[in-house]
Design a protein around this ligand. Structure first.
Ligand SMILES: NC(=O)c1ccc[n+]([C@@H]2O[C@H](COP(=O)([O-])OP(=O)(O)OC[C@H]3O[C@@H](n4cnc5c(N)ncnc54)[C@H](O)[C@@H]3O)[C@@H](O)[C@H]2O)c1
Length: 255
């Protein structure tokens, strides 16, 4: 029998081909979930599943995980993934982790309209489309569930060069709280995680000087690792957090 915090649950993770999404797949699977790794880049989602299967071999049940191509900013793509899941697993996922995200940084005075639009499309509209589609599927199947949206600590405080990104991440927190209020009656919990500076490819574009200055503001004095966010995601996905909804949890090393 599969054991763990989320044993026997089906979990969809977006942005699963890298960083926090990949780590979430690994920890959810370690805790007994069957994971659907979805990413714009199908190959990297597949790598997530393969890497994990190799890592897990012999340690525990590797489950019936799968990788799917998904563009969260495109409603047809989101619908297509739902249909594939219903075909393959005969049920919707009851854990949904919205980790897909992009940055296109520039000074406010120089930011192009297209860079503004594309960041809002993926980070905010993408979270909306995935939440709406999969919460609806859960209500239609009369199952309860947990949705975890990845915001960012800079959505709370702002950050140089990120007027588009910070707005999208503040929006994710507000939308999470609204969704929690609306979906509570279906026993679908919705929470947000606000990571600080985490060691993934998305922060590689931050200049070293800026990163050094940022790290001086982190009491724990280091960047976080994606697994440290994934553990919180898994807690929020599990029944251990059964009375938590509409929360926005900072995971920042104290930043
Ligand atoms: N790393 C950090 O310091 C940090 C801090 C705060 C918040 N976050 C947030 O955490 C989430 C994950 O970030 P990460 O650090 O793992 O970044 P990452 O770049 O390592 O991974 C992001 C993944 O999202 C995928 N993606 C991009 N656009 C997509 C789309 N339209 N549809 C589906 N998938 C798409 C990418 O292919 C990639 O695999 C993001 O929402 C990010 O904003 C990261």
């Amino acid at each position: 029998m599969v054991k763990g915090l989320v044993a026997g649950r089906l979990a969809l993770v977006t942005g699963a081909g890298s960083g926090i999404g990949r780590a979430a797949c690994q920890v959810l699977s370690r805790e007994g979930a069957t994971v659907i790794a979805a990413d714009k880049h199908h190959d990297s989602a597949l790598e997530t599943i393969k890497a994990h299967t190799a890592l897990a071999s012999g340690a525990f049940d590797v489950g019936d995980h799968s990788a799917m191509e998904l563009d969260v900013s495109n409603s047809k793509s989101v619908q297509g993934v739902l249909q594939n899941i219903l075909k393959q697993y005969k049920a919707p996922p009851t854990i949904v982790v919205n980790s897909a995200g992009i940055t296109k940084d520039n000074w406010l005075l120089k930011m192009s309209e297209s860079d503004y639009d594309s960041v809002l499309d993926v980070n905010l509209k993408g979270t909306f489309l995935v939440m709406q589609t999969f919460a609806k599927a859960m209500t239609e199947a009369s199952v309860t569930g947990s949705i975890v949206n990845i915001s960012s600590i800079v959505g709370k405080y702002g950050n140089l060069g990120q007027s588009n990104y910070t707005a999208s991440k503040a929006g994710v927190v507000a939308m999470t709280k609204t969704a929690a209020k609306e979906l509570g009656k279906f026993n679908i919990r919705v929470n947000a995680v606000l990571p600080g500076f985490i060691n993934t490819p998305i922060v590689k574009t931050v200049p070293d000087k800026v990163m050094m200055m940022m790290l001086m503001l982190v009491p724990l004095g280091r960047m976080g690792e994606p697994e440290e966010i994934a553990e919180v995601i898994t807690f929020l996905s599990s029944d251990k957090s059964s009375f938590i909804t509409g929360a926005a949890i900072d995971v920042t090393g104290g930043f």
